[in-house]
Design a protein around this ligand. Structure first.
Ligand code: SF4
Ligand code: SF4
Length: 252
């Protein structure tokens, strides 16, 4: 929550997008979580967060020692945003649904920022859809789009036909810093900083220049968002312990 409130701080009107599919069953972006987020952002409800504190304890030999523990605290959002609207999309990762429902969603046109409470795929798809809607004149301005979750992995869905990989579940999402373009997936070498020397005319040397360079896409996106200064920020290496350890979710 502290990260989310920090990202939304400059924006008064916020539109919330929930996911009626995976994020509903994962309890990270369903109807209840969207309602909860709306109350927190408007200052109606408090939110819980954890801080690391040092505590003293006496060990079995009677010696006083110190250990670090996580302590839960409560706070209220001081910025008091206006939630201009909310929508639960059946699947924010389905661009057809986003293109159909988002441009006319009540409250979206007023929003300065959009918070997508889905995985990294949903957020990227929403951003693409809103850019398309703006370019087609269907919405009056392009809001900044943020994602609320650190995606840990994308679960398997059985069926349908054509898919594009957009998130590799790295566990430490960087979409908020990269304008909604994921270099882990879209760069042929998953470079954290790019482009590498293999980029020619915006194409990647991996797959013989048949696919766009992810870092060229990222540059174009930041340029569109007037955030090009972020391009030279150095991204740290990923924490592979978070990425490659076996991961499960069980909310039952
Ligand atoms: S940065 Fe990580 S979590 Fe975010 S979209 Fe890319 S792979 Fe997914
Ligand atoms: S050319 Fe671009 S996408 Fe390809 S590996 Fe280099 S930086 Fe990544």
């Amino acid at each position: 929550m502290s990260d989310i409130l920090g990202l939304l701080k400059p924006f008064e009107k916020v539109f919330l997008i929930g996911c009626g599919s995976c994020s509903t069953v994962c309890l990270t972006g369903g109807e209840n979580q969207v309602k909860e987020m709306a109350k927190v952002l408007s200052g109606e409800s408090s939110y819980k967060y954890e801080v690391e504190v040092e505590k003293e304890y006496v060990d079995e030999k009677g010696k006083t020692k110190k250990k670090k523990e996580l302590e839960t605290r409560e706070a209220k959002c001081e910025d008091k945003h206006v939630v201009s609207g909310t929508i639960i999309l059946d699947e924010p990762c389905d661009i057809r649904l986003d293109n159909k429902e988002l441009p006319t969603a009540p409250g979206l046109a007023d929003a300065d920022a959009v918070l997508v409470m889905s995985c990294g795929v949903g957020m990227q798809t929403v951003y693409q859809s809103l850019i398309k809607a703006r370019e087609g004149g269907k919405i009056p301005k392009l809001p900044k789009v943020f994602v609320s979750n650190d995606t840990h992995f994308i679960g398997q869905t059985e069926r349908i036909g054509v898919f594009h990989e957009m998130c590799r579940g790295c566990g430490t999402c960087m979409l908020n810093e990269t304008g909604g373009i994921c270099p882990v997936v879209l760069c042929g070498k998953s470079l954290m900083n790019g482009p590498c020397g293999g980029m020619i005319d915006g194409k990647c040397e991996v797959k013989d220049y048949t696919m766009p360079c992810g870092w060229a896409l990222l540059y174009e996106r930041l340029k569109l968002l007037e955030k090009l200064e972020q391009y030279t920020d150095v991204n740290n290496p990923k924490d592979f312990a978070l990425w490659y350890s076996t991961r499960d979710v069980n909310n039952r």
